[in-house]
Design a protein around this ligand. Structure first.
Ligand SMILES: [Zn+2]
Length: 165
């Protein structure tokens, strides 16, 4: 479904556009040699040395005037024990939330990396959801107050998103 944009006047496909990361920065920064035997990776979760554990989760930011939120797929680091519990119940519905830390550097939100979140585990069919708990961080404020459509354009531009192509 295309969206006739009131900000830039163009027709956008899939708006707001999804944006995400395939790995936490800590894994991305490792060379293949450094990774060798140390990293357990799947598209949805991963671990370094069995001790630093990460899950991929959706971070939703409301945008004024749009029905769909802007969804960022970000990695959160959670404790080893929470991760074990997450894996153990992965096949069944998981309820509750655990504490995590955002692990991706975002050009549009310099304060995101290292900020605290609640990771709502959800079910195995639904990617976990992130709730910012650090309301002084730029990304925490954005989640709680929402963005204007102009701000969404500015954030996408800051992340190098090319919606003209
Ligand atoms: Zn636009």
């Amino acid at each position: 479904m295309t969206h006739q944009c009131s900000v830039c006047g163009t027709q956008h496909d899939e708006w707001p556009p999804g944006y995400g990361f395939s790995q936490p920065d800590a894994v991305w920064e490792l060379s293949p040699e450094q990774k060798n035997g140390r990293v357990m990776e799947t598209p949805d979760f991963c671990c370094i040395d069995g001790t630093r554990c990460f899950v991929l989760a959706n971070f939703q930011i409301p945008v004024s005037g749009l029905e769909s939120p802007w969804i960022l797929s970000l990695w959160a680091e959670i404790s080893q024990s929470d991760f074990s519990q997450f894996l153990g119940s992965y096949a069944v519905a998981v309820s509750g939330s655990v504490d995590g830390i955002l692990c991706n550097h975002l050009g549009a939100f310099p304060g995101a990396v290292g900020s605290s979140v609640k990771v709502h585990l959800g079910s195995s069919k639904a990617r976990p959801a992130l709730e910012a708990t650090d309301l002084n961080s730029d990304i925490g404020r954005a989640q709680h107050t929402g963005l204007s459509q102009q701000e969404l354009h500015d954030k996408l531009a800051a992340m190098g998103y090319d919606w003209e192509s």
